[in-house]
Design a protein around this ligand. Structure first.
Ligand SMILES: NC(=O)c1ccc[n+]([C@@H]2O[C@H](COP(=O)([O-])OP(=O)(O)OC[C@H]3O[C@@H](n4cnc5c(N)ncnc54)[C@H](O)[C@@H]3O)[C@@H](O)[C@H]2O)c1
Ligand SMILES: NC(=O)c1ccc[n+]([C@@H]2O[C@H](COP(=O)([O-])OP(=O)(O)OC[C@H]3O[C@@H](n4cnc5c(N)ncnc54)[C@H](O)[C@@H]3O)[C@@H](O)[C@H]2O)c1
Lengths: 203, 203
């Protein structure tokens, strides 16, 4: 099992390699990658060794080849997601072109507000949350995104679980309870700010 | 130095204690807190022991007293922040009432788009980014939030640093370089989705 931090770094490597390829760079050394990432040379070589025999010592890695190997390792294919709650945060997520570049595709959105149902945002149709289970069954969605107010988030988690989706990204500031086989990732923006502040005050 | 994870848990404890106090609960045991947090009883007791002598064995903790101690420990006072980029994500952040509840106050916002400058969103004035250093000098801002497109984020990081602010929350998907004394917290939403997906596929 490759550590989660290695996956996160791999995604950063893929982004950097994309930029290098765009600027016409064919070969990159672990030292150059280390400088661009603010990591040590040893760390880079250790990470890349996870992916089998790549590159040649002292010459470096072919940018195109390394990117392909990393993509096969981390992103076998496109991730399909569904979004619940087309409010401030939900609509910012729907409008963001960066997800598509990172191979994340939102295939449907749900809301309980009748004035939002039936709209299309950035190509994604907004359905009534009442029809969620039926609509999701027609998609290949693997992740459900919770962007509804906290008092509705557990209810929405239950809807996502009953539709057979096994992964949840939860933006609401309370933790949700799900069956064992379902994976949850809580993203709490406030906690990010407050723990940064704490670090600054206690350095 | 108390570990960052303890701070994050403390913020979750404070939220749970707030709800308990609202529902009229005066005493809570470490076992009850453990159940509500999905953590072990031992972990809860170890965390709370960081804050000195609190509560009485076998009886539990006074909800009001424990909340006050945790707040003094983690949140000595309000965190002031300034936001750069009043686009999809930036305006969602400005409109979010949850930050204020968590004692995070956005005191000014900056954009380069003339049609946004001079507006007020949720009580926060939007200024031209050209006047950022001057405006920030009149505030007590300790954190700068970067919500501009990635090609401008390094430039904005330089503006934040030159205004004397020592903490940066960076929402753009590229890493920024700052002097040693400045703290940076990168929040990359795509990486959260992709590493969740990776975990699901390799469980
Ligand atoms: N806006 C931010 O920057 C921000 C930051 C941190 C956390 N959050 C969290 O993200 C969530 C959304 O925040 P927001 O600012 O977008 O809120 P919002 O009120 O702007 O939007 C919520 C949306 O959810 C819809 N909704 C409510 N109940 C629903 C239900 N049962 N089923 C389907 N849709 C439902 C509403 O109609 C609305 O469109 C909240 O839990 C909030 O705590 C937001
Ligand atoms: N929207 C999302 O859900 C989301 C998700 C993940 C990451 N991000 C990241 O957050 C950032 C903002 O995304 P967005 O969707 O809000 O983009 P956006 O294009 O909607 O908004 C960007 C805003 O920044 C302003 N701006 C541009 N250059 C500026 C400068 N030099 N100084 C001050 N203001 C400037 C623009 O006028 C605009 O108002 C991007 O880096 C993006 O990659 C957004």
């Amino acid at each position: 099992r490759v550590a989660k931090k290695t996956i996160t770094r791999s995604l950063l490597y893929i982004r950097i390699l994309e930029k290098l390829i765009e600027s016409g760079t064919h070969i990159v050394s672990s030292k150059q990658l280390a400088d661009m990432m603010g990591l040590s040379d040893v760390k880079i070589r250790k990470d890349i060794s996870n992916f089998g025999k790549v590159g040649r010592p002292r010459i470096g890695y072919k940018t195109f080849e390394l990117k392909k190997i990393l993509e096969d390792f981390v992103l076998q294919n496109i991730v399909h997601a569904v979004l619940f709650g087309v409010g401030n945060l939900g609509s910012a997520i729907l409008k963001y072109p960066g997800f598509h570049q990172d191979r994340i595709k939102i295939v449907a959105a749900f809301d309980k507000d009748k004035s939002k149902v039936g709209k299309k945002i950035n190509g994604v149709s907004v359905y009534s949350v009442k029809n969620a289970v039926k609509i999701i069954s027609k998609t290949h969605a693997e992740i459900g995104i919770i962007a509804v107010p906290e008092k509705h988030s557990q209810n929405i988690a239950d809807v996502i679980v009953s539709s057979g989706v096994k992964g949840i990204v939860n933006f609401s500031p309370i933790s949700i309870s799900v069956p064992e086989k379902v994976f949850v990732r809580d993203i709490d923006l406030s906690i990010e700010f407050l723990s940064l502040m704490y670090e600054m005050r206690h350095k």
